[in-house]
Design a binder for this molecule. Structure first.
Ligand code: M6R
Length: 357
């Protein structure tokens, strides 16, 4: 039930801090340490390479998940769009482990890959929000998102839940491999949940940004580097699916290789600047588009901000920034769709779960 909320999407955006706290609690043992089923840990440790298979928003979560697993647990990861993998299987490593990410657990494109790799005798882990879903039943192992039902077609809380579960999986695997981290993930995810609360309390600000940048535009670009690029892809998907504004996410450095030709006077460019290592270079990319007339909306993180920034998100642990930098993008998309009188929860041409290949 959406209660006093005008739309499920807004309610689900607001539920994100509670979902993150629930996930942390659910994946803790009695001593308060994060824990993962030992068979799953064994499968992670047996693998020489992990293949993440997913579609849409879940694919975008997979791109960030690759960073978590490679940086924390030091296992190589490939991320594939399920509908592509099915028809064009890459050369597999000797001991692959497959991770399927799917909110619904019913996405036909992902299921087709699961059937195929099970026939080849490989192990699969499904990360899903729906216990007993097809992808959960047919995989060897399941990790649940505990996000509660997601009704709006645009996925919001499932994405941040997927990131949290992937971070926990990466961290627990890292520990089991003897890699000790210099931070406490339980504490860092607590900081993330608090930062989410702050962002969910800034709705007027995101409504104003949507009005200023998106009320009449035909198109919009999202740029970022590293994990900010992946969050930009998700921001663009959110915006196009519910507001019908043509939106694309690009790696900051790739613009000059063609896309910059699309920048005209007033074209909105949302730039994410949450990573210290690429802060200067992404700001250089913003200058490039501004020189061509773009209307820049820089979203940065506390500690990295400059005067030109439109919004500054609270500081969280570097790798975990996607969990909070996505919230402004979700809310900006929501208000853009609202201002354009679109059907926010049920956008045209889309279904909540895509059960055809
Ligand atoms: O249920 P799944 O996570 O497998 O769904 C995958 C995509 O269809 C889904 O994420 C879609 O892209 C969303 N509508 C995006 O908001």
């Amino acid at each position: 039930e959406k209660g006093t909320y005008p739309h499920y999407m807004l309610k689900e955006i607001d539920e994100q801090p509670a979902v993150i706290r629930k996930i942390v609690q659910t994946y803790q043992d009695e001593q308060g340490s994060l824990t993962i089923d030992k068979d799953i840990l064994q499968a992670m440790n047996d693998a020489d390479r992990i293949y993440i298979i997913a579609a849409g928003t879940s694919y975008h979560a997979g791109l960030v998940g690759k960073q978590f697993i490679e940086k924390m647990a030091k296992i190589p990861v490939e991320v594939h769009i399920s509908s592509e993998f099915g028809y064009n299987m890459p050369l597999l490593s000797e001991k692959p482990l497959f991770i399927f990410i799917s909110q619904s657990g019913e996405t036909a494109d992902s299921r087709a890959v699961l059937v195929e790799i099970k026939e080849l005798g490989y192990k699969a882990l499904t990360i899903t929000n729906v216990p007993g879903s097809t992808l959960s039943r047919e995989a060897d192992y399941t990790l649940l998102l505990h996000a509660g039902p997601e009704i709006a077609v645009a996925s919001t809380k499932a994405y941040t839940a997927q990131l949290a579960v992937l971070a926990i999986l990466a961290e627990v695997t890292a520990k089991s491999r003897g890699f000790d981290s210099n931070y406490d993930l339980v504490q860092e995810l607590g900081i993330v949940a608090n930062a989410m609360d702050v962002l969910c309390g800034e709705k007027e600000e995101f409504e104003a940004i949507a009005r200023e940048f998106l009320s009449t535009t035909r198109n919009c670009f999202f740029i970022g580097r590293g994990i900010d690029f992946y969050v930009g892809l998700e921001g663009a998907l959110k915006l196009k699916e519910i507001s019908y504004i043509q939106a694309e996410g690009f790696a900051g450095g790739e613009l000059k290789h063609g896309t910059i030709a699309l920048i005209e006077n007033g074209t909105p460019v949302v730039a994410l600047a949450t990573q210290e290592s690429v802060n200067l270079s992404i700001r250089g990319n913003v200058k490039e588009v501004v020189a061509r007339g773009a209307n820049p909306c820089i979203i940065s993180m506390k500690g990295l901000e400059t005067e030109e920034d439109r919004f500054v998100i609270p500081e969280v642990y570097g790798l975990l920034t996607p969990l909070i930098s996505v919230i402004p993008l979700q809310l900006i998309s929501y208000y853009a769709a609202l201002h354009r009188e679109c059907d926010v929860d049920k956008p045209r041409n889309l279904a909540k779960s895509v059960t055809v290949e």
